[in-house]
Design a protein around this ligand. Structure first.
Ligand code: AMP
Length: 278
């Protein structure tokens, strides 16, 4: 018989949780390290949640390889891998959903209108099943991490939310399960996301306060060096995720980009330090 989350809690174990959709890479595994630092038991879930995919998105072709994931998770020290089926997660018609106002409908939410409803709902369900003390998410999905933290606070989930840094390839491309969709040519061009964010970082650090000018520089770079189609290049106040066009009194600005290469949609972001003029 396996321990339940309640058994572990009764024995005074601190539970760390890493939710994923699998096809594990070093980005996911870095979250395991963060969870390990903060807990006695690390539980990872692998579940490709259908409710966070819109119609026409890549639910069916999303990469899956559970035996490879089991091996990688065990090697990294995951104690329990939770791999539920759709029937277990959504056994009957689901009428209850978690939805956040405002922040769910901007940026990613504009292009994927039902995405964050699915994400917040599945994470809430997983929290209730796994009963973690601490849950670790990646800054790679900055808006998602913000939404989960806000949901946990708004709905009084007794879970500490930790956000871990983005893990990148040597050439700057953020690791993502979806990178396997890229052709070699697209893979080469995809580094332009990181390079555009580095350009933004240097412009803002150099004193540029008009973010429309920073966006223009990024658009120029992306369109001259790739065939990528930009869904958005946006800047937000990281404290509230409100869109901004001027650095104003902020000390940090979060730049976010979403670019499509063929049928593959990539997102990336970077926290930009604003030059202190005082
Ligand atoms: P996913 O399997 O894509 O749903 O991702 C599961 C978790 O891993 C999320 O919290 C992601 O933000 C995080 N993650 C994915 N890619 C990276 C990365 N390159 N660096 C850090 N965290 C990541």
């Amino acid at each position: 018989m396996q321990d339940t989350a309640d058994d572990l809690r009764l024995r005074g174990k601190k539970i760390g949780f890493v939710p994923t959709m699998g096809y594990l890479h070093e980005g996911h595994l870095s979250l395991v390290d963060e969870a390990r630092k903060r807990s006695d038991i690390v539980i990872m879930s692998v579940y490709v949640n259908p409710t966070q995919f819109g119609r026409g998105e890549d639910l069916d072709k999303y990469p899956r390889d559970i035996s490879r994931d089991e091996k990688k998770a065990a090697e990294r020290g995951v104690d329990y891998l939770f791999v539920p089926t759709d029937k277990e997660m959504y056994p009957e018609e689901h009428l209850s959903f978690v939805e956040l106002d405002n922040v769910s409908h901007v940026l990613e939410g504009e292009f994927r209108p039902t995405h964050f409803k699915g994400v917040a709902t599945i994470v809430a369900k997983l929290f209730n099943i796994v009963k973690p003390h601490v849950a670790v998410f990646g800054q790679k999905d900055a808006q998602q991490a913000f939404i989960i933290r806000k949901m946990a606070r708004d709905l009084n989930f007794d879970v500490e939310i930790v956000v871990a840094p983005i893990v990148r390839e040597e050439d700057g491309l953020a690791l993502s399960s979806r990178n396997v969709y890229l052709s070699p040519e697209e893979r080469n061009q995809a580094t332009v996301l990181f390079r555009s964010l580095k350009l933004a970082e240097s412009m803002v650090a150099g004193g540029e306060t008009a973010l429309s000018k920073v966006r223009s520089g990024m658009i120029q770079l992306i369109s001259s060096e790739s065939d990528g189609k930009m869904d958005y290049i946006s800047f937000v106040d990281p404290a509230c995720f409100g869109k901004i066009e001027e650095t104003g009194s902020l000390t940090e600005v979060l730049a976010l980009v979403a670019v499509r290469f063929g049928r593959t949609r990539l997102i990336d972001n970077m926290l930009l330090r604003v030059r202190d003029e005082t």
